[in-house]
Ligand binder design. Structure first.
Ligand code: PAF
Length: 280
């Protein structure tokens, strides 16, 4: 695996490659990232991965400085798997040589709901860096995890509207044995919080079950889920039932007729904010 920190060298390495597969990450790799890479490798060749902790997508009170930077460990993990041909790990100066005044702003109906309500600049930061990374790597396919369900939808819409010649593939959420979705933020959990953390996924499963039973309406299910998590000591941002197609609320009729839904959750346990979702 070649580790490259500058854009020109990356382009030189990839010159003439027509089916580049790409997995963008912020590093601190775990099994879920490696599965994304495996999938990408099956859909393109060569595979490029990137590691870049993108300041633009962190709010002022978020954990940019605390975000784990573990480049040497990450390189060792990727070398062991042997899927990645080039790791692109640019410095901030390389990717943002001047203040990034051009930004990609997602539409409010997609970018200001759910995560966007609690992290107002998040999707603008994600889209801006993903567009820049796509411009550097010029992939034919790129793989994103369903764990960040809204991010996946936002990136897909951006690619569609800008007619970017890249296919976005979705990878299923990878979970620990007890159901907790794998995330770099799990490492911040204390032993006690780690033991409690699977409750988020269990509550999503309960929401899924309640939708299937159709005894309660969507709002009642959301309210019960919030109440349940709060009673367990979580600080809940949202527990929401939305349409898979556009993340908007289903009408009562759509709900009754079995519209494909997704239950999405964001909640804090102690100081750590976790997100998860489950398709229904
Ligand atoms: O999901 C992530 O790790 C990041 O949001 C991404 C897509 C690498 C952009 O910084």
């Amino acid at each position: 695996m070649k580790v490259v920190d500058n854009i020109q060298e990356l382009r030189d390495q990839l010159q003439g490659q027509l089916r580049v597969a790409f997995v963008p990450t912020m590093g601190n790799l775990h099994q879920a990232h490696l599965s994304l890479m495996k999938m990408a490798r099956q859909h393109g060749d060569p595979l490029v991965a990137s590691i870049f902790v993108n300041r633009l997508q962190f709010g002022p009170n978020e954990d940019f400085d605390r975000y784990p930077r573990t480049l040497l460990d990450d390189i060792a993990k990727m070398e062991q798997e042997r899927d990645v041909y080039v790791l692109f790990a640019p410095s901030e100066k390389e990717l943002y040589p001047e203040p990034q005044s051009f930004r990609v702003q997602p539409p409010d109906h997609l970018g200001r709901i759910l995560e966007g309500e609690f992290r107002p600049d998040f999707f603008e930061g994600v889209c801006t860096v993903v567009l820049k990374l796509f411009s550097c790597v010029q992939p034919k396919v790129a793989v994103f995890g369903k764990k960040d369900y809204q991010q996946l939808m936002v990136v897909r819409s951006m690619c569609r509207q800008f007619q970017l010649p890249v296919e976005i593939l979705a990878h299923e959420t990878v979970r620990e044995e007890d159901g907790l979705a794998m995330s770099s933020r799990n490492r911040f959990l204390s032993a006690e919080e780690r033991a409690e953390a699977p409750a988020l996924y269990q509550t999503l499963q309960r929401m899924q079950q309640q939708v299937r039973e159709q005894v309660l309406d969507a709002h009642q299910i959301e309210a019960q889920a919030c109440e349940h998590m709060r009673a367990r000591g979580w600080d809940v941002d949202y527990m929401a039932l939305r349409r898979q197609s556009d993340l908007l609320e289903p009408t009562a009729e759509q709900y009754a007729q079995g519209e494909p839904l997704v239950a999405l959750a964001a909640a804090r346990i102690g100081a750590t904010r976790l997100i998860d979702n489950l398709e229904i």
